[in-house]
Design a protein around this ligand. Structure first.
Ligand code: UDP
Length: 475
């Protein structure tokens, strides 16, 4: 029987995206003819077990294979490595297990392709050895993909740390980008994560193809630049398959019944509420939380705001394992009382997709995580872009200057955003001509987001071409 192996990196968000990709492949290949095998992360990545059980119970053609836990050498466990570096290191150490597992699976299955998360490029030597076509699944957009593909060129033409220079770079397919808006791990040349990213993005060029969670009419300039080879000026550009928008159908809202915030939204006027939510890892200092509160209060707008505890001083407390916040101690005195009539603060988590699709929501202040962006697009909700980590500053640039579906939140040099800026941007989004124009634009793109994955749409065609590509490969 034919099998496709999906290899996510160790984070629940990446696992969920891979499952969605698996489900998408199954819509083309009837479940009787292909089996999807997902290799689960080799080290503890938060609570994935209940999610995995749910998927296994409902989709028999998807099975999970747990790779053995890795014992990290002391040089890794005892150092203060960036999260990204740790991920790359772990995945490299995983190769012997990967090799062994693929060899033993080959006795029962004909493995047509391995689709690796963009952190899992270390798997390539194994797939080359076993003659399995290897693809990259890039879970963000074509704009940031172009940047990563072009980054080995930036590396070659620069010498110092990008964080220390204030230079603009002309990256193919996206507006001119300020060096400090590049993804954080790329800012320090001597950082191990920087080395890994240069190595990975050079290596992606050798893949059988890159699957991207975008659609043709959303990022035409970036997609064209990549396909025309501009992002990899000195090397090979692999085929690019745009299959998005692929968004999670798992709401992760936790409990049963209708969440309180949706009932609250029922009582608010149509398109009147601004929703503030910052992904699975977005955290603010107490000072910043107070500033947001003051800005929201002064804006006079209705709001639904997800508040988390500030980052723990203890580095060992995982960001996703924070306890619920004590709102009274974090927010300004009397804020909750004064805004009771028009605002609701949620602790830690919101059922984001349901919230964005509620008729009362009219705007979204987001950290620009790509899933959040696509979810807002599919719901037709305009954004204020406030990037916090990963490639989100690149996404802000693309959303504000190229696609024009977001207004920028402007930080001061140390990254702090004043209450005046929060007040101004939230008002602008909900009440001004500028806000109206991003709203109109996102409604147009929402219709295209719906059409792209439908029969005959560009993403459906992209998916078909992707599946056909591994069937054409000589083995
Ligand atoms: N999310 C959610 N509720 C929250 C925060 C996040 O449902 O309170 C979901 C959101 O809908 C999205 C994912 O978590 O699907 C976050 O992914 P994204 O790529 O936006 O950001 P990341 O967490 O990877 O930085």
């Amino acid at each position: 029987m034919e099998a496709i192996v999906l290899y996510p990196s160790p984070a629940i968000g990446h696992l969920i995206s891979m499952v969605e990709l698996g489900k998408l492949i199954l819509t083309l290949k009837p479940s009787l003819s292909v089996h999807i095998i997902i290799f689960t992360p080799p080290y503890d990545a938060g609570s994935t077990s209940s999610y995995i059980s749910k998927v296994s119970a409902t989709i028999p053609s998807i099975t999970f294979h747990h790779l053995p836990t890795i014992t990290l050498p002391p040089s890794i466990t005892h150092s203060s490595l960036h999260h990204e570096t740790l991920t790359f290191e772990v995945l490299k150490l995983n190769n012997p297990h990967l090799h062994q597992t693929l060899v033993s699976m080959s006795k029962d299955y004909s493995i047509s392709a391995l689709i690796a998360d963009f952190f899992c490029h270390a798997a390539f030597p194994v797939t080359i050895q076993l003659n399995i076509p290897a693809y990259i699944f890039y879970t963000s957009g074509a704009g940031s993909l172009s940047l990563f593909l072009y980054f080995p060129t930036v590396h070659r033409i620069t010498t110092g740390n990008l964080k220390d220079i204030s230079t603009h770079f002309d990256v193919p397919g996206i507006p001119s980008i300020l060096s400090t808006d590049m993804p954080k791990p790329l800012l320090e040349r001597h950082d191990k994560a920087y080395e890994y990213f240069v190595e990975s993005s050079t290596g992606w060029s050798k893949s059988a193809g890159i699957v991207v969670n975008t659609y043709e009419s959303l990022e035409p300039t970036a997609i064209k630049a990549i396909r025309n080879g501009l992002s990899v000026p000195d090397g090979r550009t692999p085929p690019i398959y745009c299959i998005g928008p692929l968004i999670s159908s798992d709401d992760r809202s936790g409990g049963d019944g209708v969440p309180e915030c949706l009932t609250w939204l029922d009582s608010q006027p149509s398109q009147s509420v601004v929703f503030l939510c910052f992904g699975s890892l977005g955290l603010f200092s107490i000072e910043q939380l107070k500033e947001i509160a003051t800005g929201l209060e002064k804006s006079g707008q209705r709001f639904l705001w997800v508040v988390r505890n500030p980052p723990s001083k203890n580095e060992n407390v995982a960001r996703f394992a924070q306890p619920d916040p004590d709102l009274d101690s974090l927010l300004p005195d009397g804020f909750l009382d004064r805004t009771r009539e028009r605002g609701l603060v949620l602790k830690s988590w919101a059922p984001q997709v349901a919230v964005l699709n509620h008729d009362s929501v009219g705007g979204f202040v987001t950290h620009c995580g790509w899933n959040s962006v696509l979810e807002a697009l599919c719901a037709g909700i305009p954004m204020v872009a406030w990037p916090l980590y990963a490639e989100q500053r690149v996404n802000r640039l693309v959303l504000v200057e190229d696609i024009k579906i977001a207004l920028p939140m402007t930080e001061s040099e140390n990254g702090f955003v004043s209450s005046a800026e929060v007040e101004k941007r939230v008002r602008e989004l909900m009440e001004s001509e500028k806000g109206n124009s991003v709203r109109k634009r996102i409604v147009e793109l929402k219709n295209e987001a719906k059409a792209a994955p439908s029969e005959g749409g560009s993403s459906r065609i992209g998916l078909m071409e992707f599946v056909e590509s591994w069937q054409r490969k000589p083995r």
